[in-house]
Design a protein around this ligand. Sequence first.
Ligand code: ATR
Length: 481
Amino acid sequence: MLCLTLAKKTIEEDIADFWKNRAYIGIAEIRLDALDFKELEKVSSLTNQVDLPLILTCRRKADGGFWMGTEKKRIQILKQILELGDFSYIDIESDVKRPEFEAFIKSKSIQIIRSFHDFEGVPLDLYSKISKLASKGDIPKIAVTPKTVSDLILIFKVESELASIKEKIIIGMGPMGVCTRILYKKVGSMLCYCSDDDMNLGLLSPRILSELYRADRVNAKTHIYGVIGNPVLQSVSPQIHNPGFHAIRFNAIYVPFLVDNVRAFFHLAEVIQIFGFSVTIPHKIDVLPYLGKSTREVRLIGSCNTVVRKMNLWKGINTDYYGFINPLLPYFDSEQIHEAVVIGAGGASRAVIWALKNRGVKITILNRTVEKAKALALETMSNYDSLENADKYSGRSDLIVQTTPLGMGEKVDFDPAPKLKFLGTEIVYDLIYKPHLTKFLERANDSGCILCYGIDMLVEQGKLQFEEFTGYHYPSINIVF
Ligand code: ATR
């Protein structure tokens, strides 16, 4: 069940927020501490205007809320509001000891959620903490902050360690906790809090959790897939794989895992039985020692962007290789590509260069650090030069591939090779997919060149991963980014 956190300043805004997200949620939590003080008297009107169970919460500052008043006042307000409105649950922190108040709550048949917060990490005595919170018949809730994959393992094992506690709420906060929230059912949590105001790039908005991840439909048979990286939350791969799974009626979910340590992640992959995953920066080389099998492309390129479980082994695949070359196939068929200039000599460029070399293309590598261009050129029997000399290569190739980060993020206004002039006959390919039209491609477009976009490669490599994950072709659906 998805729980919408209502944390606006006015009741009117909370009600609007509720109805905006009504289709996706099964319960809502009203956060008194977020409301303007004068709004408190209107809370009971909210209970009449919504049609789902409600949790009443007034979170203290120390627990991540906004309540700054005295404890006496807080309890008094909670009591007043419980008298007037219709609530199913009340959230009370683990250290609150008010037997009279608790007796009052129970007399109204309202269930207590007994919460514990840790904003610094995950306590090692997590399981005993949960057991203690549950000991009085309350619903235990722990909100902790995983900082490492080992912390994630501790959280994901809650369900098997404490299976007898049926109703519990387990939340991993912060960027590393995102996977525990999307997979809240695997963690054994009865609900997942969500909000449109979520700071994690909107990953945990009710609509995204419900429509993209279908988080509330995860069950024991759901196959888990994902992407590992650091950073990873900006990855668009979930938007490729999740709708694909849904379209072919494959009971699976694809989740971003922020990973600090690849070795620990392979352990986690056993704990929650991950079936396969995409690998992004900076782990494409780090995964190699854990592979029992790998394809020729992985061995050639020396990096792996896809790992799948095959019997008892992990198999490594590099779909960047074909993802890059597939959009160019029509031009190879029409024999338009004989010579190429590749800008950059990093990890992304290796897949590009091997794919072109294996198609018999004559390659020149241009790089800022000429030694790196030289090393890659020796390995792949290519030519190389400093990026400084780019002007020398104007009009000397059929294909120009841009593989550096110049043109995205903070460097969005940069052109990696302003001195390289286009004749207009070249195919110009930029691996950057955000923005769609980089400064480099814009210039190529102005000269009349044929453009190949980074998004084409991204989608292509994703579709190939999908085939590895599911054994099916990617369905013909519109991918929405
Ligand atoms: P990736 O795996 O994404 O290719 P990488 O291995 O760090 O990332 O490689 C980045 C490439 O972009 C390199 O070729 C790098 O040039 P250097 O080898 O000289 O570092 C290139 N690059 C990054 N920033 C650059 C900049 N400001 N100007 C020119 N080239 C740049």
